[in-house]
Design a protein around this ligand. Sequence first.
Ligand code: ZN
Length: 181
Amino acid sequence: MKPALIVIDMLEEFVRGRLRSPQAETIIPVIRSLIEVFRGRKLPVIYVIDSHLPSDIEFKVWGPHAVKGSSEARIVDELKPSRGDLVFEKRYYSGFRDTGLDVTLRDLGVDTVVLTGIHTHICVLHTAADAFYHRYNIIVVKDAVAAFSESDHEYALKYMERVYGAKILTSDEVIGLIEKS
Ligand code: ZN
């Protein structure tokens, strides 16, 4: 297994802004531990972040959010990327769409994506869908993803498990797997 940690939309907008998840603050330390384990093993740590232009289609649904260059579109300080991490800006829910993520994962020899971040039922789910189409193994870290509500979160986890064959694991289980590999 060659995993990459994917940190989705841990931005001011979704952690403390208008489109925040109530659970966002609680997943920050969990994601930080995962980042440290991946960095320690020299495994890829990849951020995919909303960086919207004013014409983007999502604004019809959610209104303007995470506009490129705004303070809301900044990764939260607690999870700032280090040198060696990769950051992909996105304009859609999925971290794969028009970002170059897939070819980079292939260049790195990655076969498994480990998904963390916000929101479980929107950007995490759409990133899982594209990971499935691109034939990656998918792990969703259930204590490192969050949604607007517990029901959105639970529904999305079940959906990804049933529809994309995702493994739904705890962060401890993922760290155990990485340390064994
Ligand atoms: Zn967006």
